[in-house]
Ligand binder design. Structure first.
Ligand SMILES: Nc1ncnc2c1ncn2[C@@H]1O[C@H](COP(=O)(O)OP(=O)(O)OP(=O)(O)O)[C@@H](O)[C@H]1O
Length: 317
């Protein structure tokens, strides 16, 4: 569905240049649900805008839904849907009429546009709002309308730029529910950007992490977490000298850090490492007060790769 090679985009504004995307190589197969994750300014939107032909690349090539983004942008646009960060719905038409109008704009016959509008009202649970104007919809409903508009021409591939940003947790979950339904019913390939680590982790089958215009990790959330971050086991000891001893023992298991009486060890699999570690500590007469194990998050993956916390950067932004 997508084959991008060395895509770059440089912006020049007021004599300042920004290399927003620096050599994007990406292959997405039909039917995949891919979440593109990264901090503010990482280049997510710019990448999507190049792949959707909204922005010409500075260099590089890409084939999207069978057409070259430079040689045949119209061919790309005919077969993809794109839902940007800003709402694409106007304010004057009612929801149903807006969907029909968008269908006509894509060249559907009036009958086909009506049929498709009906389908979209059901798929995105918008039927109760069919006669309302977009201005009267809630944030979540409006987002669903944007997605419905992006799907009117039945694209094989849908790009969603931060579909759940700005929504409360319940509406975010609801958007994901609809994204999943879309995939199950139509087999649509979906590429979306998100800031939400937990969403990318639990909802997408593939996570592409972008930082400073480059892909720094690509795989299933599980694989990224176990390959790049690993589990950890943490013990607190009864005294600081015992923690020093525990840190020595921990070093035999993996990278170990200590803070006063707390010792944290990175391990491959915490479930088996924790009892072994505790046995080794008992042999050295180290008195363990608490013992916990933790699975990594995608933030730990980002931290391992960049030395920065995505969560903290988002909070600061
Ligand atoms: N039209 C433009 N002119 C100049 N710089 C731009 C332009 N568009 C984007 N940039 C810069 O390119 C970089 C990447 O921006 P982009 O919007 O792709 O990031 P992003 O990962 O989507 O961020 P966010 O999560 O905040 O939407 C940023 O440094 C941004 O300021």
């Amino acid at each position: 569905m997508i084959h991008a090679r060395k895509l770059t985009r440089r912006f020049t504004a007021r004599r300042e240049t920004v290399d927003a995307v620096r050599g994007l190589d990406l292959d997405v197969e039909r039917g995949q649900l891919v979440a593109v994750l990264g901090p503010n300014g990482a280049g997510k939107s710019t990448s999507l805008r190049m792949l959707t032909t909204l922005l010409p690349p500075t260099s590089g090539t890409a084939t999207v839904a069978g057409s070259d983004i430079r040689a045949d942008p119209a061919g790309v646009r005919a077969r993809i849907g794109y839902v940007g960060q800003r709402s694409s719905a106007g304010e004057t038409f009612r929801v149903h009429d807006e969907l029909v109008t968008q269908g006509l704009a894509y060249g559907l016959s009036r009958a086909a546009a009506r049929r498709r509008a009906e389908e979209m009202l059901d798929l995105l649970d918008l039927r109760a709002m069919a006669k309302r104007t977009p201005g009267t919809l809630s944030g979540g409903q409006r987002r669903r309308l944007d997605i419905a508009i992006g799907l009117v021409h039945q694209p094989d591939l849908l790009f969603l730029d931060e579909p759940s940003t700005g929504l409360d947790p319940q509406n975010r979950a609801n958007i994901w529910e609809h994204v999943r339904r879309l995939r199950e019913q139509y087999g649509t390939t979906i590429v979306l950007t998100t800031h939400y680590l937990e969403e990318a982790d639990t909802m997408a089958e593939r996570v592409v992490i972008i930082d400073s215009g480059r892909i720094i990790a690509d795989g299933t959330a599980e694989a990224l977490k176990s390959d790049l971050a690993g589990d950890s086991v943490t013990v607190t000891t009864a005294s600081e000298p015992e923690a020093l001893l525990a840190a020595d023992v921990g070093a035999c298991f993996g990278d170990t850090t200590r803070e006063t009486t707390t010792v944290r060890v990175k391990v491959k699999l915490a479930d088996t490492a924790l009892p072994e570690f505790l046995r080794a500590l008992a042999e050295k007469d180290v008195r363990v007060v608490t013992a916990t194990s933790a699975r990594p998050t995608l933030d730990d993956v980002f931290l391992a790769l960049t030395g920065r916390s995505l969560r903290e950067e988002e909070a600061a932004a």
